[in-house]
Design a protein around this ligand. Structure first.
Ligand code: SF4
Ligand code: SF4
Length: 382
């Protein structure tokens, strides 16, 4: 397992981490098997949005022995009332639900406190202009949450939230199908077949801006829905009409700017074990480019998606990384210092390109890489 810094939080989270979906309505023994497989595979991070008391209790019991080195991201606003899940912005629900979460998890604090499921502008306005954000900041001051995050499926709302400067972590739905779709307030819309009838091309610009803004502002992205609820793994259900492998979905998500970790709601120990193997796979095994280049109706042509399929470069340039850093400078008067620094640390730079053209033969997306290297050289100076 490899570990990545979660934005500017200082937390080093496993690239692949544990979600709670597989624990809903599951017997304790199964949750135990899944959690043990996740820990054995090197996962060190749990996202828990569940309000179900038995799920909270199960993770509290199972993770207590690992409390010093297993981090938890818990959701505020996911409440439990009359035996049912309730998404609430009301103090009378949110505060006791948070206290219940800490108690059941047997923790004194959450590593990340997530504002749960914010997909509309009106909801974001209510949270950011009312008691909720003040409460989050008070919890942070008291050390009851270490960092403030928010979960969303709507890139427009998430981008507004990130731009407030109040968030340190974003839990966001990322996969190549969602990435083609424009922002929508109703999350279910991104999966409706009628929204994939007409050809779609390249990553939606708002989503791109969200990822690059997170990277530039040091907001770490934790990815959810990387497998599209499993549909991306099945040609019959996938809007792409081809089946991707789990490692392709993980690698796609983890090659977005700012992405630090993917959480999965594994339904068995073997699923958790297989996901944990991601870090050990070769570049060839994780390479999703051949799949996305062969999607029947939709395409990613002409723009770099950072897949790395063009490697190796004749002179050793990491083309995907150069393109990613270059894209982070777009619409900026000067190169952000962090991007400048990351670029400097590359072993080879765009200015070393000898225009041999080998990478362009290898890129299945028709990216004009030689021109991109020239542009990057101009921006970074070497
Ligand atoms: S240039 Fe093409 S092959 Fe290389 S990383 Fe970008 S999209 Fe992938
Ligand atoms: S054209 Fe430039 S970037 Fe591409 S393989 Fe040749 S040297 Fe590397």
């Amino acid at each position: 397992m490899k570990y990545r810094l979660l934005g500017n939080t200082g937390l080093r989270v496993s690239e692949v981490a544990l979600g709670c979906e597989g624990a809903i309505n599951a017997p304790f023994e199964l949750v135990k098997e899944i959690t043990e497989a996740a820990i054995a595979g090197g996962m060190n991070f749990l996202d828990i949005f569940c309000a179900e008391p038995d799920v909270r209790d199960a993770f509290g019991q199972l993770l207590h022995p690992y409390r010093d080195n297993f981090m938890i991201q818990g959701h505020l606003g996911a409440c439990w009332e009359n035996g049912q899940y309730l998404r609430s912005r009301e103090e009378k629900h949110v505060v006791p639900a948070f206290e219940d979460l800490l108690k059941r998890l047997k923790r004194d604090y959450l590593d990340v406190g997530m504002i749960h499921y914010v997909d509309t502008d009106s909801d974001l306005d209510e949270i950011m202009n009312g008691w909720f954000i003040t409460y989050m900041q008070e919890l942070k001051q008291k050390g009851l949450i270490r960092h403030i995050g928010m979960s969303s499926h709507n890139p427009e709302v998430a981008l507004r939230a990130v731009k407030t400067g109040l968030l340190e972590v974003l839990l966001f739905s990322v996969n190549p199908c969602y990435d083609l779709q424009p922002p929508r307030e109703e999350f279910d819309e991104v999966w409706k077949p009628e929204n994939y009838t007409d050809p779609l091309k390249n990553i939606d610009p708002v989503r791109e801006e969200l990822y690059t803004t997170c990277e530039a502002n040091g907001v770490g992205i934790v990815v959810m829905k990387a497998f599209g609820g499993g549909d991306l793994l099945d040609a019959e259900w996938s809007p792409f009409r081809i089946a991707m492998k789990p490692e392709h979905c993980l690698h796609y998500a983890l090659t977005r700017p700012a992405a630090a970790s993917v959480v999965g709601g594994y339904r068995s120990a073997s699923e958790a074990h297989a996901a944990a193997r991601y870090s050990d796979l070769s570049d060839e095994e994780r390479d999703y480019a051949p799949f996305l280049a062969n999607v029947p109706t939709h395409s990613f042509m002409g723009k770099c998606i950072y897949c790395g399929h063009c490697a190796p470069c004749t002179v050793g340039i990491n083309i995907a990384q150069v393109n990613k850093f270059h894209d982070l400078t777009r619409n900026k008067d000067t190169v952000p210092p962090s991007v400048k620094d990351h670029y400097r640390l590359l072993s080879h730079h765009a200015g070393e390109c000898i225009a041999c053209g080998q990478c362009e033969v290898n890129c299945p997306f028709g990216v004009e890489i030689i021109n991109k290297m020239k542009e990057a050289e101009q921006v970074f100076g070497y």
